[in-house]
Design a protein around this ligand. Structure first.
Ligand SMILES: Cc1cc2nc3c(=O)[nH]c(=O)nc-3n(C[C@H](O)[C@H](O)[C@H](O)COP(=O)(O)OP(=O)(O)OC[C@H]3O[C@@H](n4cnc5c(N)ncnc54)[C@H](O)[C@@H]3O)c2cc1C
Ligand code: SF4
Ligand code: SF4
Length: 453
């Protein structure tokens, strides 16, 4: 990606979308909307001074809501170009009609530009390669798995963010129930601190401790003063916050990271209710995640529940066995029927073991759902725009004998836009698609006239 960003012959249009397509193989015309970032890409040095000072905080989509980001932000640290962007909807100045402008004041490069508008770029190209990838299946449509209802049932993507050193927990496997507990404690402590500060001022003003004042106020002996109703209400507020905090802090003191993990395979894949196909990469990413969790903390144990573990690739079977031998990973053959909520927010997995032929259940610290690979949300619209057919699963349809060729000459597809596949396969396909595109550009009769890139 870095190389592509630096390459003199690669014109990278990030944060952009194709809006119109016309022409034909060898001479396509595209209209691309380059969305306003409100930050000048050429001036931004990526220093992040604006992020430090921005007061508007929202859920961080990149960390799947497990952390917060500011309204001026960088989607992810390694993004190319290394620049920032303002999310106008959540910006006080651009989207909420309030005065702010802090980011512009602190940006020494003068890169913030609240007046920036979307721009349109016209391109003439000989061939097009679609690499629009996939989305992850939303498991909340399977109510028996409890996603969204049982906090410690997470998706594999969420686990990836938790395990990442640059993620919301810096690689510690903190459970969502404990993360929510910490937020609850922080909110209550803030409330308590605010009330305490105001109470202290009133104590000083009236030369009396709050305990004595409350006793007198309740007995109707406090006398008359404009402050007294507020003082009594602040005292009540502080007492309630303290009462709520005590059990939460007790729970926090016994909290631990997730050490006993369950991985549920084929969530939304190989399931006639949702997607009939195998998502191909999830068996291996579950083994990988279980091994990484063990590397972080070698008290971690993982149970991978699967119909069969599809280690299809050179060295994959050996990798799977290595997980079992050296990383406390066990493979359980059985389809999980239900996940219920046990004590201390621990999920309980109910399954039929096809080995013992019994319905069994086991309690875990955290359950990880290996969700299906589904066509990215924009696929139908893009197919319509480009005049392409989709296959029976909603991915771009290709010719079985020329697997990168879509149903329109000169338009190719690679990676998960064509169907589920892992990174090495996506990269190999990308190279092949580039070669197919080059072939078209140099051989199609209209290429020279169209000035295709
Ligand atoms: C939890 C999890 C863990 C995984 N771990 C591994 C692993 O360890 N090893 C491995 O090999 N594979 C792994 N995979 C699979 C891997 O993510 C995919 O193989 C890979 O991302 C496919 O690459 P891609 O470029 O085809 O698609 P994507 O990575 O999805 O990239 C597509 C890009 O296109 C952009 N886009 C989409 N629509 C448009 C549009 N209309 N206009 C402009 N841009 C658009 C998207 O924003 C995105 O940036 C994992 C998958 C998951 C879910
Ligand atoms: S102007 Fe918007 S983006 Fe900039 S600091 Fe204020 S809220 Fe944040
Ligand atoms: S790769 Fe494994 S988990 Fe994913 S759908 Fe196929 S069999 Fe199921």
């Amino acid at each position: 990606m870095l190389d592509a960003g630096r390459h003199p012959k690669v014109n990278l249009l990030a944060y952009s979308q194709v809006e119109e397509v016309s022409g034909e193989v060898g001479a396509f015309q595209l209209k691309v909307r380059k969305k306003a970032r409100y930050v000048n890409e050429d001036l931004c040095t990526g220093c992040g001074a604006c992020v430090e000072k921005c007061p508007s905080k929202v859920e961080d989509e990149y960390n799947i809501g497990l952390g917060e980001r500011t309204a001026i932000y960088k989607y992810f640290p390694q993004g190319i170009p290394s620049t920032h962007c303002i999310d106008a909807e959540n910006c006080r100045q651009l989207g909420q009609g309030k005065k702010c402008g802090i980011c512009a004041k602190v940006c020494q490069a003068g890169a913030v530009d609240y007046e920036q508008q979307d721009q349109f770029v016209d391109l003439e190209v000989g061939a097009i390669v679609l690499a629009t990838g996939y989305d992850v299946f939303d498991p909340s449509v399977i109510p028996e798995y409890g996603y969204g209802r049982i906090g410690n049932v997470v998706t594999a993507m969420e686990l990836e963010r938790l395990l990442s050193a640059s993620g919301p927990t810096h690689g510690h496997l903190d459970r969502p129930s404990e993360l929510a507990l910490r937020v609850e404690i922080a909110v209550l402590e803030k409330e308590l601190q605010k009330a305490t500060r105001q109470i202290e001022k009133l104590e000083e003003k009236h030369g009396k401790k709050t305990a004595k004042f409350v006793k007198e106020f309740k007995a109707g002996k406090a006398g008359e003063d404009g402050d007294f109703e507020r003082w009594a209400s602040l005292a009540e507020k502080a007492a309630v916050a303290e009462e709520k905090l005590a059990p939460l802090k007790k729970r926090e003191a016994t909290a631990h990271t997730a050490k006993k993990l369950a991985f549920i395979q084929c969530v939304g894949s190989r399931d006639f209710r949702f997607n009939r196909f195998c998502s191909s990469y999830c068996c291996m990413h579950s083994v990988k995640e279980a091994m990484i969790a063990y590397e972080h903390d070698n008290e971690t144990t993982s149970s991978i529940f699967c119909m069969d573990l599809r280690a299809v690739g050179r060295g994959f079977e050996e990798y799977k066995l290595r997980g079992g031998k050296s990383s406390n990973v066990q493979y359980i053959r059985g389809r999980v029927a239900e996940i219920t909520k046990g004590e201390a927010h621990n999920p309980i997995v109910w399954y039929e073991s096809t080995t013992t032929r019994k319905v069994e259940h086991e309690t875990f610290d955290m359950v990880v759902l290996a969700t299906a690979c589904v066509p990215s949300a924009g696929t139908p619209k893009l197919a319509e725009l480009m005049g392409l057919d989709l296959d029976e699963n909603g991915f771009f349809k290709t010719d079985p004998l020329a697997p990168l060729d879509t149903t329109r000459a000169g338009i190719f597809v690679c990676g998960c836009a064509q169907g589920p596949m892992d990174i090495p396969e996506s990269v190999a396909q990308a190279s092949s698609a580039a070669a197919r595109a080059a072939e078209v550009v140099f051989t199609a009769p209209k290429a020279a006239a169209g000035g295709g890139k």
